[in-house]
Design a protein around this ligand. Structure first.
Ligand code: PLP
Length: 389
């Protein structure tokens, strides 16, 4: 028998794999399932980006190993986008790492910065991939509760002295998955002061950075004075350009962390296929109207869903950003019992909040990842269960 290494036993189960399994099993019985559980964008990648990849596939230069750490043109493209969108200056040579999706960097940063015995501050509820890297590093997590009463922002004043003494890294994620909260400039200023005072590196996960509603563009952590000394930002094309399957992400900012991530990636990968890098540069430097259209689509979906939810008596705050809705479960239910009920009696898949941490209990997450018509239908089906009267 194969004996797995001890560290594999510390890895948490992949929560979404189980969720997808349940939804697929239900659909396989022939039911018309509306899947709002996973964060997988349903819209296609804009055609000019796809066309660029098709042309680039014929370029023999790209059939060889790409340069370690990627082509400079892609690093320059992302630096230009940050300058245009956020007024942030990045040196493409030293302040940009190309990643195999944001996810790889989110796991690897813990291996780069944490020793056994160190502590990582992790938002609760939060994106479960943060936990995996900490587990692989043999380090410990201290959860920062994200409570509705505090706008789903962490309260730095409530972190224990014991955790602060050993904390080396902190994850933040705004616009937030799963709560959909958005952070302010003031919050990031407080974050930089807090992180510098305690010697904690900040990893700002900006996966939903482009998706802000009601005319408000979310703020990048890197816009904050001193942010580059305090940490990095993870940026990805997955959501902004509907390119989740293309696996293009970046770490931006602090040159020391960028170098460490590049070093670890030198060993795991040999950068992305050159054609994908060229298409990614097209996404970042080409016309940006598809991004505005994408945000408008999610906003129309949000309003359609919330109109229908109001009709059935399910009350919650509308999302300010991201494409998730964070909704309280009715009395007498847990997140899991409610999610199971919706699957079994309404054929609607939602993500139970407890999968994102202890403070996610009492909520479910719905993705705005179906047409307005299907979202209204999901609300109608849930309404027929008469749970909110
Ligand atoms: N961060 C958050 C908060 C996410 O929700 C996701 C994907 O769902 C990612 C990161 C991963 O993005 P990528 O596709 O770039 O790996």
């Amino acid at each position: 028998r194969i004996q797995p290494a001890e560290r594999m036993k510390t890895l948490p189960e992949q929560f979404f794999a189980a969720l997808v399994g349940k939804a697929n099993a239900r659909a396989a019985t022939g039911r018309d399932v509306i899947n709002l559980g996973q964060g997988n964008p349903d819209l296609p990648t804009p055609q000019p980006i796809v066309d660029k990849l098709k042309q680039a596939a014929d370029n023999p230069l790209y059939h060889k190993y790409p340069p370690f750490r990627g082509f400079p043109f892609l690093k320059e493209a992302v630096a230009r986008r940050y300058k245009e969108d956020y007024g942030v200056e990045l040196d493409p040579a030293t302040e940009v790492a190309i990643l195999f999706g944001g996810k790889t960097g989110l796991v690897e940063i813990s291996q780069c910065l944490l020793n056994p015995g160190d502590v990582c501050l992790v938002p609760d509820p939060g994106y479960p991939d943060y936990w995996s890297g900490v587990a692989l590093a043999g380090a410990e997590m201290a959860f920062m509760p994200l409570l509705e009463a505090n706008g789903f922002l962490p309260d730095y004043g409530s972190i224990s002295e014991e955790a602060l003494k050993r904390a080396k890294l902190m994850f933040l994620n705004y616009p937030n998955n799963p709560t959909s909260a958005v952070a302010s400039r003031e919050f990031y200023e407080e974050t930089v002061r807090f992180a510098k005072r305690h010697g904690i590196a900040v990893a700002s996960d900006f996966a939903y950075g482009a998706i802000g509603f009601d005319g408000k563009r979310p703020v990048s952590f890197l816009e904050t004075p001193g942010a580059k000394e305090a940490g990095i930002e993870f940026y990805t094309l997955s959501k902004t350009y509907n390119m989740a399957g293309w696996r293009v992400g970046f770490a931006l900012g602090n040159p020391q962390i960028v170098e460490l991530l590049n070093l670890i990636q030198d060993h795991y990968y040999c950068s992305l296929f050159g054609g994908i890098q060229e298409a990614a540069a097209e996404a970042l430097t080409g016309p940006q109207h598809s991004v505005a259209e994408l945000v408008a689509t999610y906003e129309r979906r949000r309003d359609a869903l919330f109109g229908a939810l109001e009709g059935i008596g399910w009350k919650a705050a509308k999302p300010a950003g991201s494409f998730f809705c964070w909704l309280p479960v009715p009395k007498g239910h847990t997140s899991m019992s409610f999610a199971d009920l919706l699957l079994e009696q309404a054929d609607v898949v939602v993500a139970p909040g407890n999968g994102f941490g202890e403070n996610g209990e009492g909520f479910v997450r719905l993705g705005l990842l179906a047409s307005e018509e299907r979202l209204r239908e999901a609300a109608e089906r849930i309404g027929r269960l008469k749970l909110f009267e």
